[in-house]
Every structure is written in C-alpha cells, then in structure tokens.
Design a protein around this ligand. Structure first.
Ligand code: IPE
Ligand code: IPE
Ligand code: MG
Ligand code: MG
Ligand code: MG
Length: 290
C-alpha cells in the first residue's frame, strides 16, 4: 500500500512539473492570461485523470515520459472545464481547489479566455509531441476532440444546465454523469491504452472500468456537494442543483458509488495481478473526502 501511495505522489509531482513546462509564456502582453491559466491549473487538483493514464500505461510498460503530453492534455481539459463550470452563467461558484474561483480573481472575460487557452494547449502539446507517431497523435487528438464536444463534456454540461430540473429521471442523470464526467475518465484510459498498443479486448476492459469509475466519482462528488464542508473540500458546496443525491438520497447514492466501483474493478480482472493499482485506485476514490 505504501508503495502505491508513493507512486501516486510521484505521479502528481511529475505531472505538476510537466504542466508548468507546457505553459511557458514568452509574450509579456499575455502575462495576465497565463497567470489566469496557471492559477487554476497549478492549484491543488488531485490529478486523478493523469494518474489513471500512468496506471494504464504501466499495464503495457509505457513510461510516464511517453504519456506526458496526453496526461497533461487531459488535465488541461479537465481544468478548463472547471474554470468554465464555475462561471456565473454556469454554476456560479466562488471557491475552487481551495482558492477563489478564477473569474473572481481575473474577471469573467479573462477566465473564459483562459479556459479556451487551456483547451487549445491540450491539443498543441499532443500534436507537437516528437515521441508519438502521426497515427497515434491523430487517434489521441480525435479522442480528445470527441470527449470535449457535444458527445462528451459540452453535451453533458448542457443537459446538466438546461434539462436537469425539468426532467429529473434516472436516464437524464445517467446521460449527464456519463458525458460530463465519465467520458474524460474513459478517454484518459483509452489514450494510454492506444499508446500502449493494447488489443481491442484490453481497450474495452479499460473503457468499461473508466466508465464505471467515472460514474462512481461523480455520484460521490454529488454526495460531497451535499454533505461536505467548503473548508475541507476546497470548493463551493450545495452548488449542484439536481443530482443523484436529490433523486435517491444520501444512503442509496452511497450504495450506488459502491456498486459502480465494484463493477469497475470487475471489468479489469483480465489483467490479473497487473490490475492491482487499478483496484487500489477504485478503492481509494471510494473513500475520498475531497
Ligand atoms: C471535479 O473533479 C469535477 C468533477 C468532474 C466531479 P475533481 O474532483 O477531479 O477535481 P480536482 O481536479 O481534484 O480539483
Ligand atoms: C462538474 O460537475 C463536471 C465538469 C465537467 C466540470 P460539478 O459542477 O458537480 O463539478 P464541481 O462540483 O463544481 O467540481
Ligand atoms: Mg456543474
Ligand atoms: Mg460545479
Ligand atoms: Mg459537484
């Protein structure tokens, strides 16, 4: 267990260093824009999606260096989505990653541009990676584009904003959680598997794991939103208008988190003893308080 905790910490340090290296500004006119991008990007994110990329990479003996641009890209896309999610016309949140939300420091105009800047940089870092073949870069960029767009984050956030309270049905919530959250988990694992030349069967197992894990992750996020304290979780609470907790209550939602995590763990049985880190990741996320 200790070895795995060390692995998580090392991965976080690695990703934080790389993120800084991929966001260097050499145009002084843009200082404030880069400051805004870095303000949320370098703050205390858990880096779960890049860590998941690295763990999947390990299944195929792929080094962190080989995965660095993809892992940074998913973290940049995730961070961009958080900056946007907090804006007044979205969730109107004040606190993010233990600090004032980006727009409260830099203004809505700058933080909107910072979010788009991070999205664009995510694609740039992958497409400029000399360590990846053109075929792989293409596949990765295509996955990132679809996870970002109407079939992923944007679609999920749209339904979250526009339809949730009017049609509070399980199928709507399922759509939202799959698209706004699980999709990026799925893409993170799939991209690492693509780089690792995984077989179709292996890719399916990883996607299945990630879909269930991402789903459990968002239900637990809804539980934390209802039960957590701002000072502990570092972001605005009671901020999500309708979700699993509103539909099912805390106890049933907790049970669902457990069930989806178990389904995730079942999905990666094909990797036998190599699945250990994925199992522990699932168990750790189950117990998370932030
Ligand atoms: C928060 O994600 C948004 C959701 C999709 C639930 P995380 O809980 O991974 O946030 P950070 O990156 O650690 O801040
Ligand atoms: C977030 O859902 C999903 C994103 C794509 C950002 P939430 O609105 O519940 O995320 P938090 O709770 O603000 O982190
Ligand atoms: Mg939201
Ligand atoms: Mg929110
Ligand atoms: Mg939330």
């Amino acid at each position: 267990m200790e070895a795995i905790l060390k692995y998580f910490q090392e991965s976080q340090i690695y990703i934080n260093d790389k993120l800084r290296a991929f966001l260097i500004n050499d145009v002084s006119l843009l200082d404030m824009l880069y400051e805004s991008m870095g303000y949320t990007l370098y703050s205390s994110g858990k880096r779960i999606r890049p860590i998941f990329c690295f763990i999947v990479g390990d299944l195929f003996n792929i080094s962190r260096d080989k995965l660095a641009t993809s892992a940074c890209a998913v973290e940049m896309i995730h961070t961009a989505s958080l900056i946007m999610d907090d804006l007044p016309h979205m969730d109107d949140a004040q606190l993010r990653r233990g600090k004032q939300a980006n727009h409260l420091v830099y203004g809505q105009n700058v933080s909107s541009l910072a979010s788009i800047g991070l999205l664009a940089r995510a694609f740039e870092v992958v497409l400029n990676d000399p360590g990846l073949s053109d075929v792989k870069k293409n596949k990765i960029a295509s996955r990132l584009a679809s996870v970002l767009g109407t079939n992923g984050l944007v679609g999920g956030q749209f339904v979250d904003l526009k339809y949730l309270n009017t049609s509070m049905e399980y199928s709507t919530l399922h759509y939202i959680h799959s698209h706004k959250t699980a999709a990026l988990f799925v893409a993170s694992g799939e991209i690492a598997a693509i780089i690792g030349n995984a077989t179709e069967k292996e890719i399916q197992a990883i996607k299945n794991y990630a879909q269930n894990l991402g789903f459990a992750f968002q239900i637990l996020d809804d539980i934390l939103d209802a039960t957590g304290k701002e000072a502990e979780i570092g972001k605005s609470v009671n901020n999500d208008s309708g979700n699993f907790v509103t539909l099912f209550g805390i106890e049933k939602s907790k049970k669902l988190v457990q069930e989806y995590t178990e389904s995730a763990i079942k999905a990666i049985k094909i990797f036998n003893e190599k699945s250990e880190k994925l199992i522990i990741l699932g168990q750790m996320l189950l117990k998370r308080k932030v």
